[in-house]
Design a protein around this ligand. Structure first.
Ligand code: NAP
Length: 335
């Protein structure tokens, strides 16, 4: 039974998936610490959590800077209590062909999107290990296993998180630790990233359909936080399809993505010249971007695959009953 007043830290909580995750924990009365840089988004996220029934603590921090993350963790423990769950979500990217990304840009994406997760995990572990309890959830992506064009720095970071988390998981198992870590691989989600991530593309960036609403991602994260013994969760049929296809025929996928990946990641509309950017500083000046992006009309609020993944015992039992019934019918037909 999950403690309804858990202390939960969510990085990247000012917008997108992190915002939806924070709100969902708030709805079950958790004490939620919100880490991000943008104060407008953080204040609005804190209001969301409080309105949903939880307790909120907004802590401005840049996850690329370990001292800021560690100081944030200390403040959370001082003001809310021992951290039960730490969810790493914060990220940034540059949408561009690799040849058009400068070394400073690539480094910044890596420092936020990869090292940001390392920093969060370190700050959480330092506090959880002495207590021998706590859960760390890494929000990942189908792109943790499969690289796509125009997102080289991001794909590198997601692959790195996958490898780092796997190594950490082995160490925790080796030590017989009760601290858990699990990773949730997400599909395309309708979040503000497509409006504020630095882009050098001629047209507006878009998630590759099918697109899910951030609440689908949040449900998966809460389930993973409650059931962290499983090493990994895959969210959405598109994630399952991509990961299986990549395991079987990665070369065919290379060619498919080379043909379709540029077009599929852009709408027909030109990129506005005054588009905001969040690479070096927050983009939310004077505006709350919220959890949802611009794709509400195309995005689905449900995932049958997520339901099946969360209830895989029921699915396996139903599959067993179906198989047994089919076998019995086949035997009777032969008799
Ligand atoms: N959306 C998708 O299609 C999709 C698909 C697969 C996986 N994911 C994963 O889901 C996670 C969230 O994605 P999203 O689409 O929700 O992103 P998003 O809408 O761009 O939100 C990113 C969040 O990270 C924060 N952030 C950015 N740079 C930061 C920094 N240096 N320090 C602290 N916080 C920072 C942002 O707030 P501030 O700017 O205010 O700091 C914001 O709260 C990412 O890990 C991503 O890999 C997303």
């Amino acid at each position: 039974m999950t403690d309804p007043h858990q202390v939960v830290v969510v990085t990247g909580a000012s917008g997108g998936i992190g915002r939806a995750v924070a709100r969902a924990f708030g709805a079950r009365q958790a004490r939620v610490a919100l880490l991000a840089r943008g104060e407008r988004g953080l204040d609005a996220a804190a209001e969301d959590v409080t309105r949903a029934g939880g307790t909120a603590l907004a802590v401005p921090a840049d996850v690329a800077d370990f001292p800021q993350v560690d100081a944030a963790a200390s403040r959370v423990e001082r003001e809310l209590g021992p951290i039960d769950v730490w969810v790493n979500v914060a990220f940034t990217s540059v949408f561009a062909p690799f040849a058009e990304i400068g070394p400073d840009e690539f480094r910044r994406v890596t420092e936020v999107s990869y090292l940001g997760y390392v920093h969060g995990t370190m700050a959480a572990l330092h506090r959880m290990q002495p207590r021998d309890r706590g859960t760390i959830v890494q929000v990942g992506s189908a792109l943790a296993y499969r690289g796509i064009p125009l997102q080289s720095a991001y794909c590198g970071a997601k692959h790195a998180i996958q490898g780092f988390n796997e190594a950490l998981r082995c160490e925790l198992l080796h030590d017989g630790s009760h601290v858990r870590t699990t990773m949730v691989q997400m599909p395309a989600v309708n979040t503000p990233q497509f409006s504020w991530v630095r882009s050098k593309l001629p047209h507006q960036a878009q998630p590759v359909p099918p697109i899910y609403q951030p609440e689908v991602a949040a449900r998966a994260v809460l389930h993973a936080a409650d059931h962290p013994r499983r090493r990994e969760y895959w969210v959405g049929g598109s994630t399952v399809g991509t990961l299986l296809a990549n395991a079987v025929a990665p070369g065919i996928l290379d060619r498919y993505l080379a043909r379709t990946g540029y077009r599929a990641q852009q709408t027909g509309a030109e990129k506005p010249p005054d588009r905001p950017e969040n690479l070096w500083s927050p983009a939310d000046r004077g505006r709350d971007f919220g959890a949802h992006g611009r794709f509400d009309e195309q995005a689905t609020p449900r995932s049958g695959q997520l339901w099946a993944s969360r209830h895989h015992g029921v699915v396996a039992a139903a599959g067993g009953v179906l198989a047994a019934t089919a076998l019995a019918v086949w035997r009777r037909a032969r008799a």
